[in-house]
Write a protein that binds this ligand. Structure first.
Ligand code: FES
Length: 154
């Protein structure tokens, strides 16, 4: 982990002004921002840990809690909701054996609900690692989950 973070910091010429993109790259690498990683960035970039926490907790995109390798977010906005999102949420929760907002123990999946994603015409919308899947149904969700699980075992 430390070598990779050093590399990331070097990519930004150890410039403190790039703290946000540096933290974004660290999170991309580790899926979240563990305390040790923040301490390491603080020491190597010579930025007080208090400032790093300020940034890491200010932006919603950062997570200080472990997150899964596969991150799924389903839209709970009105347009998606009326097209059956609650049933899809139930289905995913049962399939992954977690509640929305949680991460599986093996750190493979994080599943969360989000507000309108601005793609209402495509609703219900499920985003998997940044990729939008529109007009989701229970059957399409099952197929997608199976595909993700197969990819895991390859
Ligand atoms: S309500 Fe789901 S994308 Fe807008």
């Amino acid at each position: 982990m430390e070598a990779k973070i050093k590399e990331i910091i070097a990519d930004y010429d150890s410039d403190k002004g790039f703290l946000v993109p540096i933290l974004q790259d660290v999170q991309k690498e580790l899926n979240y921002l563990p305390r040790e990683a923040l301490d390491f960035v603080s020491k190597n970039l010579e930025v007080p840990i208090s400032r790093i926490f300020e940034v890491a907790t200010f932006y919603k995109t950062f997570s200080l809690e472990p997150r899964g390798r596969i991150q799924m977010a389903i839209c709970m906005g009105t347009a998606c909701h009326v097209r059956g999102v609650p049933l899809i949420v139930d289905h995913i929760e049962r399939d992954l054996d977690i509640k929305a907002g949680e991460t599986t123990e093996d750190l493979e999946y994080t599943f969360e609900t989000v507000n309108c994603l601005g793609a209402c015409a495509l609703g219900p919308v499920l985003v998997v690692n940044g990729e939008y899947h529109g007009q989701m149904t229970i059957s399409k969700t099952s197929k997608l989950l199976n595909k993700l699980k197969k990819a895991e075992t390859v």
